[in-house]
Each structure stands twice: as C-alpha cells, then as structure tokens.
Design a protein around this ligand. Structure first.
Ligand SMILES: NC(=O)c1ccc[n+]([C@@H]2O[C@H](COP(=O)([O-])OP(=O)(O)OC[C@H]3O[C@@H](n4cnc5c(N)ncnc54)[C@H](OP(=O)(O)O)[C@@H]3O)[C@@H](O)[C@H]2O)c1
Length: 311
C-alpha cells in the first residue's frame, strides 16, 4: 500500500510517498481502508521533531491522526463489519496518511449517512478537542457564556458549533478576514483581534477556550466569572504554574489533551446528523502533495480544516 512516510525529523520535504507493508490488525482492532485523512498542526510538530519528547525517535513513521474510510477486516465479535463507513481520531502513533490503517474498535464511530468521507476525516481530532475542552471547563449549560479565541481554525470552528449545539451564548475571536466565516458557524458575536483587545471586554464568561493558545490565563482572568475556567490547547510553564494554584481560587487555568474516543465521536456524529455541526474544508490534497499540505498547515492561517483525499 502507499503511505506518506518520514525517515527523519525535518521540513515538509521529509514526507515521502512510499510503498509499505499492509498493517495487521491486533486484538480489538479493525483494518480500515482510508478514503480521506485529516491534517492537523500536531502532524507538523511531530514531523519537525518538536514533540520528540513524547513521540520518541523511532523511524520510519507514518503521520496522521484522523481518518475516514471503510472497514476492510474486523474480528467476528467486533461491533464493526467489513463495508461499514467509519471515522476515528487515532492514537498518538498516527498512521492516517496511508491507504490502510489499523484502528482500535473503541476509537471508531460510524459516519453519519449524509456526511462525505472528506468531511468525516476533517472532524475527529479537532471536534474531540473542542468537546473535551468544554468538559474540562466544567461543561456548558443552556445560556452559559463562552468565549472562543482562534474561532476560524480547525479546533475553533468546531468549538463555536459545539458550544452553540450545547446551548451557549458564544463570543468568538478571529481576524478581519474571517469575521463572516465565524458568524456563519453560529457565533453570536465576533471580535476582530486586529482592532480590539478581547481580553479587555467587560463581560464575564463561564469558559474562555483559547483554541489557538495565543493568549494566557493571566491576560484572560478578568474575563472569567468567579468559578470560570480558562482552557488552552497548548500548555506552557506559566499555565502549569497557574494550574498548580487552582486550589487557592475560584477561577481555574487548565489545558486539554484530546483523547481518541468512539463514544465522544458518536455525540459529535449525532450533532452532524442533526445539521448542528458541519466541518469547513479550505482545501484538499493528494497524498503525493504531502509537502504542499504541510507548508499550508504550518502557516497557522488555515480557515477550518485541510484534508488528504486518499481514494
Ligand atoms: N492539546 C490538544 O489536544 C490539541 C488538539 C488540537 C490542536 N491543538 C493545538 O491547538 C492549536 C490550534 O489548532 P488548530 O487545528 O485549530 O490550528 P489551525 O487550524 O492551524 O489554526 C489556524 C487558525 O488560527 C487563527 N489564528 C492564528 N493566529 C491567531 C491569533 N493570534 N488569534 C486568533 N486566531 C488566530 C487563524 O485565523 P486568522 O488568520 O483569522 O488569525 C486560522 O484560521 C495548534 O497549536 C494545535 O497544535 C492541541
């Protein structure tokens, strides 16, 4: 089978399309024929070695944490059968930039009827991050006020829709060029960060979700109501320091580390089926265009998501 492989850390050029052996599903796993694969910023961070303290230095390595495809092979007792259309966030070992991948059964979910393979591939990691971040923030009840920074990106664009699906009143933050896009996702109000400093807003929020990790707990603390929570996607030393002091104050600082979960994906699939959550794909690429796709994801300027069209 064909896969995009890296043999060393480096720039986008280290992604090589190669013939590799078909992976063999282990116990509790199914073999999926990949139709489309999501591309996320974590992929370039693994590729360039910035996450080697987590990933290790084992090569060759196939990147990719999101897939959508069709079950090729499943165990007799599996809840999935050959021919099922499925999507999943993969574990940290990746393997999604490929024609076939093995996936743990409890990471998989059936793709909603009306959802395309590309839309399904664009969804798991980013949408699960948003859903699990709101849970870490103490969950959202009808009428809660939520602020989402980086609302036009992969995580942010799902976060706006998921917060609305949960009944929140959403204030979103993006640049001028993405204002209309973020309104189209359902945000009640969009702040243009090139014209206004959102950390100076007078309102109080239940959750401030910094989907792009461009602000900080310290700057956002005035935005939080007494028991509000600041959740970021990329923790740094300051965040750990503030989180260590959470027990001393009502306002909390925390971060999300998204985990694969078929059950959580089923919640998202239900919202997709009901038209409450829909991915936006800026561009799709062939596996042979791996370097081009990574050059784009590294810009941090993608609107919504980008994906590989595999077959
Ligand atoms: N911890 C986890 O489990 C986890 C999971 C997923 C992602 N992440 C991390 O979270 C971050 C975001 O991921 P993503 O997939 O959403 O990234 P992304 O899709 O690449 O984000 C791109 C978007 O960010 C916006 N943006 C860039 N600078 C901004 C700023 N200063 N203020 C507000 N918006 C800004 C851009 O819009 P404009 O051009 O309008 O500014 C663009 O639409 C990445 O660092 C990723 O690695 C962590």
């Amino acid at each position: 089978m064909k896969a995009l492989v890296i043999h060393q850390f480096g720039g986008p050029e280290v992604l090589q399309l190669e013939d590799v052996a078909l992976p063999m599903p282990g116990s509790g796993e199914v073999l999926v024929r990949v139709h489309a694969a999501g591309i996320n910023p974590v992929d370039y961070k693994i590729r360039n070695g910035s996450l080697k303290f987590i990933t290790g230095k084992k090569f060759p390595r196939i990147l990719g944490g999101d897939v959508a495809g069709v079950v090729e092979q499943a165990g007799k007792k599996s809840p999935f059968k050959p021919g099922d259309k499925v999507f999943a966030m993969l574990s940290f070992k990746g393997g999604g930039y490929s024609e076939f991948v093995t996936v743990k059964e409890d990471h998989l979910c059936h793709i909603p009827e009306s959802t395309s393979m590309k839309d399904a591939a664009a969804t798991p990691l980013a949408a699960l991050t948003a859903l699990q971040a709101f849970r870490k923030g103490g969950d959202i009840s009808e009428g809660d006020k939520v602020l989402i920074n980086g609302a036009s990106g992969g995580v942010g664009s799902f976060a706006v829709q998921i917060a609305k699906a949960m009944g929140a009143i959403v204030t979103a933050v993006s640049s001028t060029r993405n204002q209309d896009f973020v309104y189209s996702l359902g945000a009640d109000r969009v702040i243009d960060y090139t014209r206004e400093d959102f950390t100076k807003l007078p309102e109080k929020f239940h959750i401030v979700f910094d989907a792009v990790a461009k602000s900080s707990f310290w700057k956002c603390r005035h935005l939080l109501r007494k028991s509000g929570t600041y959740v970021t996607t990329v923790p740094n030393k300051a965040l750990f320091w503030h989180a260590g002091l959470n027990f001393l104050r009502g306002k909390k600082a925390t971060f999300i580390m998204a985990k694969p979960s078929g059950d959580d994906l089923a919640i998202i699939a239900d919202w997709m089926m009901r038209g409450l959550v829909k991915p936006y794909i800026q561009q799709s690429f062939l596996l042979s265009e791996g370097a081009k796709a990574h050059e784009l994801i590294e810009t941090e300027r993608v609107r919504g998501k980008i994906v590989f069209h595999v077959i």
